[in-house]
Design a protein around this ligand. Structure first.
Ligand code: ATP
Length: 313
């Protein structure tokens, strides 16, 4: 793919901060590639460099070295050319609490000369049509967050950047935001969403990049990033010990877990049931176990401290 096929690409991106104990690396030679269209999850533990990367892309923080492009344009140099195509929610925007959601949007729409009818469209896109006439101060956190997204959508950005958009939301709020992101991607836009909660992003992302201590650990379609890590099959059988022997003899990797077996690294349940069946062992449960991003993440990072400050190398 050429550089213009990416909504975002970075090369050798690096940022250090001066701290009490000298300089530490926040972003370390990061090569990030976000394809055009779809939801891209930008994942890493707290302090792993996600916000710093986003702020560099938006021209809010200066990189020490490296290159960044948005839709093929070098940033920050060519940010003015591309900024109209980018909507970012990095901090909660300020709305008037005593005005309705719609009035707040009307004011913003007028300020940027948005076309007539745009406010209705963005209320619809964020699932707020029914609540547009309610005052902002009565909104739930999830609705406030969606109004922020609606405001960003007024200028019809091709790329949306959300930094931890579900922070502080309850499960219903998280579900709503996820639905909104999916809808935006289905309209052909690119959504970059950062999160330290992998399960949240796994459900909505098409592709992901995982970082730890400012470094890229894995990237690609969610199915590939997870799929490379061996998933297993959970097997319920009346005689687990004998079943284990049969499967091990066939070369499979088997663990006994109580009354169940976990067959690691085997993704074909049919082969397992055939092996057991031909040995007179009848399977009462056969469930492929998907490896979640959480376990991929722990495997890749090897520890939960990858958000911690690294020394300058
Ligand atoms: N303005 C700053 N001055 C000094 N150090 C900073 C500054 N901003 C971030 N850092 C440090 O840089 C590292 C990366 O922080 P960053 O906020 O980019 O991570 P993050 O992945 O977005 O984390 P979180 O999920 O907590 O937002 C951390 O060690 C952080 O303490």
């Amino acid at each position: 793919m050429g550089q213009t096929d990416y909504a975002i690409s970075t090369r050798d991106l690096r940022k250090t901060y001066r701290g009490a104990r000298g300089r530490h690396v926040a972003v370390d030679r990061l090569d990030l590639r976000v394809p055009v269209g779809g939801v891209h999850g930008f994942l890493g533990p707290n302090g792993s460099g996600k916000t710093t990367t986003i702020r560099m892309l938006l021209g809010l923080v200066r990189a020490d070295s490296g290159r960044m492009r948005i839709f093929g344009q070098h940033v920050p140099e060519q940010l003015p050319e591309v900024v109209g195509r980018v909507g970012a929610i990095v901090e909660s925007p300020k709305f008037f609490p005593s005005f309705t959601g719609r009035t707040n949007l009307d004011l913003l729409a007028r300020a940027i000369d948005a076309p007539h009818g745009r406010v209705d469209e963005v209320l619809e896109a964020t699932g707020l049509r029914e609540r547009g006439a309610d005052r902002y101060r009565g909104y739930s956190l999830g609705m406030k967050q969606r109004l922020a997204i609606a405001a960003t959508l007024l200028k019809q950005p091709d790329l949306l950047i959300f930094d931890e958009p579900t922070n502080g939301l309850d499960p219903a709020g998280i579900h709503e935001i996820r639905g909104t992101m999916r809808r935006l991607a289905d309209e052909g836009r690119t959504v970059l969403v950062s999160s330290h909660i992998l399960a949240e992003v796994e459900q909505v992302a098409d592709t992901v990049s995982i970082i730890g201590r400012g470094r890229l650990l894995a990237t690609g379609p969610v199915a590939d990033v997870i799929g490379d890590r061996t998933a297993g099959v959970r097997v319920g059988v009346a005689e687990p010990e004998r079943a284990r022997q049969v499967l091990e003899t066939a070369g499979l990797l088997v663990r006994v877990e109580g009354q169940h077996l976990m067959v690691d690294g085997e993704r074909d349940p049919a082969r397992i049931s055939w092996l057991l069946g031909t040995n007179g062992l009848w399977v009462n449960e056969l469930a492929p176990v998907r490896v979640g991003l959480e376990s991929v993440f722990l495997e890749l990072t090897g520890s939960s401290t990858l958000g911690a400050e690294g020394d300058v190398r």
